[in-house]
Write a protein that binds this ligand. Structure first.
Ligand code: ADP
Ligand code: MG
Length: 255
């Protein structure tokens, strides 16, 4: 049974068809690659999955109960178990690493405005739990000794990892990563590939937008290719790599 079952989703911006009847499934525990040239519609697809954009047509079904996500606002989609990172970094540079991750946990706690205002017992125990789990997550992504550093002092690669930790703080069932290694050197890329595998081992499924085929091929169980808003291929990394439509649209002569 698929965890995420996207059926014939379309999205236009005026005359631009960012997505045309795109269907895609992510099974439990899979790492699925979403590739395609610039402007293919990959980020728009993520925006539609996470409620930042309303879809024009189609269905987005999620989880065992096939809940429709397309009717929900972003914060509820997050609590259902869909978390993401962005193509451009969105961390709080003036806050510590610990605070950056703690922000991600607030989607999951019960204490509300009054609890926070009066620092109730519930609020204090939530805060303690959040800080403890944030430390664990920082350790998990390999930034454990820098908890109190300002996020802005991290290297670019570390900031990307921090963003992944914050997304994990919401306890997702699926993590959507939008070009997580763009701008990284080969060593940093390999570290992220290892981290993605480690995340999958915890039972979280992954949908990964990535340009670097060297990264996608060994990492992904399945690859979906978009071009001009349409799905032009889907299959194992090997199948997709050999597909003439993909070579023409995306991989170019060098592959
Ligand atoms: N908010 C928006 N308003 C208007 N056009 C958009 C918007 N977001 C994306 N597009 C257009 O949709 C198409 C797909 O863009 P995008 O999803 O960012 O592609 P990719 O991530 O594959 O590079 C592009 O033509 C882009 O200009
Ligand atoms: Mg994009």
């Amino acid at each position: 049974m698929p965890l995420l079952d996207v059926k014939s989703v379309s999205k236009s911006f005026g005359g631009v068809h960012a997505l045309r009847h795109v269907s895609l499934r992510v099974e439990n525990g899979m790492i699925v690659g979403l590739i395609g040239p610039n402007g293919a519609g990959k980020t728009s697809f993520f925006n539609c999955m996470t409620g930042l954009m309303l879809i024009d047509e189609g269905e987005i079904l999620f989880g065992e109960n096939h809940q429709k996500l397309q009717d929900l606002p972003p914060h509820l989609i997050l609590t259902k178990g869909v978390a993401r990172t962005f193509q451009n970094l969105r961390i709080f540079k003036h806050m510590t690493l610990l605070e950056n991750v703690a922000v991600g946990f607030h989607a999951r706690t019960d204490s509300g405005f009054w609890d926070a205002l009066f620092r109730t017992k519930r609020y204090r125990s939530d805060e303690k739990m959040i800080l403890g789990k944030s430390r664990e997550l920082l350790k998990f992504i390999g930034l454990k000794n820098q908890n109190q550093d300002l996020a802005g002092n991290l290297s670019y690669g570390e900031q990307k990892r921090l963003e992944i930790a914050r997304a994990l703080a919401s306890s997702p069932k699926i993590l959507l990563l939008d070009e997580p290694v763009a701008g990284m050197n080969p060593v940093e890329k390999e570290e992220i590939a290892l981290l993605i595998r480690k995340i999958r081992e915890t039972g979280i499924s992954i949908l990964l937008i990535e340009h670097d085929m060297k990264m996608v091929m060994p990492l992904c169980d399945k690859v979906v290719v978009l071009d001009e808003g349409k799905k032009i291929a889907e299959g194992s990394p090997e199948q997709v790599r050999k597909d003439p439509r993909v070579i023409k649209a995306y991989l170019g002569e060098s592959c």
